[in-house]
Design a protein around this ligand. Structure first.
Ligand SMILES: C[S@@+](CC[C@H](N)C(=O)[O-])C[C@H]1O[C@@H](n2cnc3c(N)ncnc32)[C@H](O)[C@@H]1O
Length: 246
């Protein structure tokens, strides 16, 4: 029988994460929050759950990982078990836009590199109802950081992510959605390279010659993304918005 490897496995197979980030940064951001007991923690768009595992391991409280793609959740559950923290991770295959229909009184809602799928402002507005009063939301979002934007970078995002806003605009959006902004934290360049682009770049180069056109196109798009990152000079990045529901 002919079996074809899924494109996600071709590119991301064996990796810890599906987006830029690191446990050090996740825990640095966690440390920006006031220490208090948290009973209900949700990770929206958890994917393979690098950050889910980091949060559960540090807090020793169950984290509910939410994703709309079941195979990611199966991998997360397996990884949690292998680390001996299977009891601290519960997975839910569902749309992150439906969180308020399933969860109420969330003490901490985390989302790394995923809220953009339903729109940053929309995600904040939607999740507000699910948070406990004075509960926290930590949501990362690609944001313009200031400084000159090279023309090639502006054109690229005009085509691929025209919704990207400045940090100031995102702070205002968070306030308009009913949060106070406690802090922001910008993911350092190393978190994009280590275990992410430095793995994906050689894979993508090799996959440019793949027989499946979709895979070839994805490989080309990945290489363009990596090249744009290299030419951006830090004018944009992933920013964590550390928010408290008011
Ligand atoms: C770029 S990945 C980030 C994954 C993980 N947070 C990380 O940083 O490694 C985005 C994730 O969001 C999930 N996703 C996209 N749209 C979603 C939706 N509407 N509801 C739930 N999950 C969604 C994808 O399946 C994917 O796992």
């Amino acid at each position: 029988m002919l079996t074809r490897e899924h494109p996600i496995d071709l590119f991301f197979g064996g990796m810890e994460k599906l987006g830029p980030g690191s446990d050090i940064d996740t825990l640095n951001v966690l440390d920006l929050l006031p220490r208090r007991s948290r009973r209900l923690i949700v990770d929206a768009g958890c994917g393979w759950g690098r950050q889910t595992l980091a949060l559960a391991g540090r807090l020793q409280v169950r984290v509910h990982g939410i994703d709309s793609y079941a195979p990611f959740l199966a991998t997360l559950a397996q990884r949690a078990k292998e680390r001996g923290i299977g009891h601290l991770v519960r997975v839910h295959c569902m749309d992150m836009g439906d969180i308020p229909m399933v969860f109420r009184g969330i003490d901490l809602l985390w989302s790394e590199g995923a809220a953009w799928h339903i729109g940053f402002s929309h995600a904040l507005q939607t999740w507000h109802a699910a948070l406990a009063r004075h509960g926290f939301a930590v949501v990362s979002e690609r944001s313009w950081l200031g400084g000159d934007i090279p023309a090639v970078v502006r054109r690229y995002f005009g085509r691929t992510y025209p919704e990207m806003q400045t940090v100031g605009d995102n702070r205002s959006a968070a306030r308009d959605a009913g949060y106070s902004v406690l802090a922001t934290y910008t993911l350092p360049a190393v978190a994009w390279m280590e275990g992410y682009y430095d793995v994906l770049e050689p894979r993508a180069r090799e996959l440019l010659g793949h027989p499946d056109r979709t895979v070839r196109e994805y490989a080309a798009a990945m290489l363009e993304k990596i090249q744009i990152f290299g030419s951006s000079g830090g004018c944009w990045g992933y920013v964590f918005y550390v928010l408290r529901r008011e």
